[in-house]
Ligand binder design. Structure first.
Ligand code: ADP
Length: 548
């Protein structure tokens, strides 16, 4: 925080919510431009749908979803058709408002006719999704897993997963959904923010009991029951890598728009929160990705009616402090330079000292929830700082900073081993065939023309068709214009701005691929079109962009 303006460039910038500062010309920022938008429920569902169309078996870890209101009739039709062909299918669906969090506005339904389309929350765009009726239970309770993932770089893609995560428990014993129990949120929704208000919520100082536990404690328990925990981890790693592969095309479009290649700018990294549900058969299913996961390590306790106090949460501390500590270690610019180890501690000091003061002044008096949350995040950073160095209290900070500058080597050596494990590029070979939309996005970006935009105009689209020699006697330039108008009109009725967004371009590309290679499966049609005119497309690939 720089109340008087920032004077010196920093090595690492730690933004609270999203990438927002266009005056950063070097260093690293802890958020990617557009990440918040990319992981919203509707955008995530669209990206997953595209991947499910291309690779249905590889992407069956995401529940079948429809976007409301635009796909309401498709939803109704598909449910009716499936029921007609399989009368024993008795599904449940979960409706989740777009942009919602903490269980806000979520409800379960048995019949598509029960969707609520009026009222303030209900009229918001939403995702309706197949409800996973048979989750794995522990102590008869449903729980989900929050895993922390570091997207360290977009190009080349670098992904790390934290070895441990959190398991967040419901507070009412689980029963499969029936019309009678559909509304029981403490039975069906695992959100901490909801269950904390149930009389049954158990705060525990131990990491393997209570309503919030470490994921490793669940794994121990499963392993003692004979479950194949290695396979489970490998499925989770696949789920994370595949999900990020689905998100990268959109992220790259935002990236080139905010941080154009060739101009001075920062590089980005980001900690993401993956919410995963284990099915009874131990198959992990993705619920959502959080761009701004809470790094809070305290929880609120009601001391007497209406009087709350923040008390440390050992489970959160165990998992989250390690994630932040390792993120800073992995992105540490000094690691690359290895010039002057002293400087790396200047980096930490640049981030933390002002926050220490605001922390002292802050937490107690803050009423507003967001401010309180922010202060608690600062408190985590303080704890991290204290863990890094040897100082014991706030009062010692100024003197301690000198001490720290004198002893960086021994501190680095004294840090625990990394909790963040690299999974990409480590396992890249198994997943490279899935990166088709990335290649389509590279073409899209190439033809965007003017830097700073995220939409392709009609001229850009025509240039793409001409350059790639996709027009011929069967597909005239007039037909190209009609395709452009048809597709953009539909997409712009959703997002209002003129021009062709990436998803519309992907749809157009798929349409061209189908036209040209009629009998192949979709992913082969798309890869054939990408290989088409190899000399031309090869020249287009990879030239334009330099990512962080
Ligand atoms: P929010 O961002 O509001 O927390 P989520 O998508 O995480 O929304 O859903 C909230 C909770 O609802 C999840 O933590 C999970 O317990 C439950 N849930 C969400 N989707 C499903 C699903 N498809 N099947 C079963 N439970 C689900």
């Amino acid at each position: 925080q720089f109340p008087l303006g920032r004077r010196l460039p920093c090595d690492i910038y730690w933004h609270g919510v999203s990438f927002h500062d266009n005056n950063i010309f070097s260093g690293q920022v802890n958020k990617f431009p557009g990440m918040m938008e990319t992981v919203r429920k509707i955008t995530l569902s669209r990206a997953m749908r595209t991947m499910q169309d291309l690779f249905p078996l590889e992407y069956n870890f995401y529940p079948r979803s429809w976007i409301l209101p635009e796909e309401l009739s498709l939803f109704v039709d598909e449910v009716r058709t499936t029921k007609d062909s399989n009368p024993s299918w008795k599904p449940t669906f979960i409706v989740k408002p777009d942009g919602g969090c903490q269980g806000d506005g979520i409800y379960l339904i048995k019949d598509p006719g029960d969707i609520r389309l009026t009222g303030s929350i209900q009229s918001r765009p939403a995702v309706v999704q197949e409800y996973i009726c048979k989750p794995l239970l522990v102590d008869k309770l449903k729980f989900d897993i929050r895993l922390y993932v570091l997207l360290k770089s977009l190009e080349p893609l670098e992904i790390y997963i934290a070895k441990d995560g959190l398991s967040r428990f419901c507070t009412e014993p689980y029963q499969e959904p029936t019309l009678k129990n559909l509304h029981q949120v403490f039975m069906h929704l695992t959100n901490y923010s909801l269950n904390i208000h149930s009389g049954n919520f158990i705060h525990s100082d131990s990491v393997n009991t209570g309503s919030k536990r470490t994921f490793s404690s669940i794994l121990c328990r499963l392993s003692s029951r004979g479950a194949d925990v290695k396979k489970l981890w490998s499925d989770i790693i696949s789920l994370v890598i595949k999900t990020i592969i689905a998100l990268t095309p959109e992220l790259k479009v935002y990236y080139q728009s905010d941080i154009p290649a060739g101009k001075p700018g920062p590089t980005c990294f980001q900690i993401l929160g993956f919410d995963i549900l284990l099915m009874k058969n131990l198959k992990p299913m993705l619920l959502e990705v959080n761009a701004n996961p809470s790094m809070r390590i305290e929880h609120e306790q009601e001391l007497s009616p209406g009087v709350f106090e923040n008390v440390p949460s050992p489970v959160d501390e165990e998992v989250k402090v390690a994630v932040i500590r390792d993120t800073l270690r992995l992105v540490d610019p000094q690691k690359k330079k290895r010039k002057d180890l002293h400087l790396s501690f200047h980096t930490y000091l640049l981030i933390f000292p002002t926050q220490l003061q605001s922390l002292r002044a802050g937490v107690a008096g803050m009423k507003d929830k967001q401010h309180k949350h922010h202060s608690l995040k600062l408190s985590l950073k303080l704890k991290f700082y204290l863990k890094l160095g040897s100082c014991q209290s706030l009062k010692q900070m100024p003197e301690a900073s000198e001490e720290l500058l004198d002893a960086p080597r021994s501190l680095e050596a004294a840090l625990p081993s990394l909790c963040l494990k690299q999974v990409f590029p480590k396992y890249s070979k198994q997943f490279s065939h899935l990166r088709l939309v990335d290649r389509v996005a590279a073409l899209f970006i190439r033809f965007l023309g003017v830097k700073g935009t995220t939409k392709l105009g009609p001229t850009g689209f025509r240039t793409f068709i001409r350059n790639c020699k996709l027009s011929n006697s069967n597909f005239s330039m007039a037909a190209v214009d009609i395709l452009y108008i048809d597709i953009t009109r539909r997409w712009n009725s959703i997002d209002k701005e003129s021009g062709m967004c990436l998803q519309a371009f992907v749809e157009a590309f798929f349409c061209l691929a189908r036209k040209k290679y009629k009998l192949l499966p979709l992913h082969e049609q798309v890869s054939s079109l990408l290989e088409h005119e190899p000399s031309r497309l090869a020249a287009l690939h990879g030239k334009r962009l330099l990512w962080g």
